[in-house]
Design a protein around this ligand. Structure first.
Ligand code: ZN
Ligand code: ZN
Length: 118
């Protein structure tokens, strides 16, 4: 098992997560989770993709303009999650109705710690 920690202050941003084995066939369903809870995958931006519920150590961005969306933050306005410990921007939550729901971390903002790297 592994977890993600804030690069700046070392706070745990997730509970234990394991690398996703097989991506689901129906990955891009609007309004549904992009990835199963408790798993992560490498992202298109060289960060990590997580289930929105797994980023428990992160907080909403203090700038409400980053959180715009009709049913949840769309993530279209820049990183909207910060480390609950030090306030560093750590990623973007996308959980509006018209797109799949996930958190994607910023490259270099988080460290993957644990024993199942690779
Ligand atoms: Zn909506
Ligand atoms: Zn931090």
């Amino acid at each position: 098992m592994s977890f993600l920690a804030c690069t700046r202050c070392g706070r745990h941003l997730t509970s234990e997560v394991s690398q996703e084995d097989t991506p689901p066939a129906n990955r891009d369903v609007p309004g549904q989770a992009f990835i199963a809870k408790g798993t992560y995958a490498s992202s298109w931006n060289h960060g990590f993709v997580l289930h929105p519920d797994d980023a428990a150590g992160a907080s909403q961005h203090p700038d409400p303009r980053r959180l715009v969306g009709c049913c949840g933050p769309s993530g279209m306005d820049g990183p909207n999650l910060v480390c609950s410990g030090c306030g560093a921007e750590i990623g973007t939550q996308e959980s509006d109705c018209w797109k799949p729901h996930f958190v994607v971390t910023l490259p270099d903002a988080t460290n993957l710690l644990g024993d199942d790297q690779g």
